[in-house]
Design a protein around this ligand. Structure first.
Ligand code: CTP
Ligand code: MG
Length: 236
């Protein structure tokens, strides 16, 4: 696969945000921008196409909110169904699937995920687990050094992940981790090191955290943009 392959960001944003309790989460604001706008902004410089899936009743709201070149489709009743619809809508050979609920996605993680997909066909961003892990019912411990928490983005060759979803659908398998569907085909998935910044806004405490972190994140992004704009002239 050459590096000139067309790359799409696929953003599942069609959940109902039950645990947060503030309506569909993608439209919740974090320091002046919705989670969905933040997800899109993070990808803008790095992909050829952005496709988002939102609930049916929020199509118009999404159209008014997002840049014209973002493709908007309708999500399904499960995340897996939503991702399948995104896969059918996109026209790229390489896809990066990223939860709208993770607003702080750094450029270097996008670049490393893309590179891993080009090399290996599939890649999943994961984090070592910091806490000790036990089973709630038995208290049985698990060796955390062997375990990883799965974040997003996850990246794939589009035809590979589409095949993985087709096989899972035929078997009636339901997952929230797309990479596990690729592993079920016997195909390898490269692991890319993630970041604590990739927290998923799931309950009210994580929204509070995201709101506290956003000004710092935004200042970092502004600084990075400024530095990249200054580079060419400083080299003259
Ligand atoms: N998602 C989706 N379609 C669904 C369910 C989830 O696109 N039918 C998306 C969510 O919008 C979110 C991501 O998948 O960006 C991760 O899901 P989660 O954090 O579970 O979000 P919700 O399903 O909205 O939240 P909850 O489970 O608390 O209802
Ligand atoms: Mg959910």
């Amino acid at each position: 696969m050459s590096t000139s392959v067309k790359v799409a960001a696929l953003i599942p944003a069609a959940g109902s945000g039950q645990r947060l309790g503030q309506g569909p989460k993608a439209f919740v604001e974090v320091s002046g921008k919705t989670l969905l706008e933040r997800a899109i902004t993070n990808f803008a410089e790095h992909v050829d196409e952005i496709v988002v899936a939102v609930p049916t009743e929020l199509q118009t709201k999404a159209k008014n909110l997002l840049p014209d070149d973002v493709i908007i489709t309708t999500g399904g009743t499960t995340r897996q169904e939503t991702v399948y619809r995104l896969l059918q809508t996109c026209t790229a050979e390489l896809v990066l699937i990223h939860d709208a609920a993770r607003p702080f996605l750094a450029a270097d993680i996008i670049k490393r995920t893309k590179a891993a997909v080009l090399a290996r066909g599939a890649a999943s961003v994961v984090m070592p687990v910091a806490d000790s892990l036990i089973e709630a019912t038995t208290g049985q411990t698990h060796d955390r050094s062997k375990l990883r928490a799965v974040q997003t983005p996850q990246g794939f060759r589009q035809n590979l992940i589409l095949r993985a979803h087709d096989v899972a659908n035929a078997r009636g398998a339901q997952v929230t981790d797309d990479a596990s569907l690729v592993r079920a085909l016997g195909e390898p998935v490269a692991l890319v090191e993630g970041s604590s910044w990739l927290l998923k806004v799931t309950d009210p405490s994580q929204l509070e955290l995201a709101r506290a972190l956003a000004p710092h994140w935004d200042a970092q992004q502004d600084q990075a943009t400024l530095t990249s704009q200054l580079k060419p002239s400083s080299m003259l």
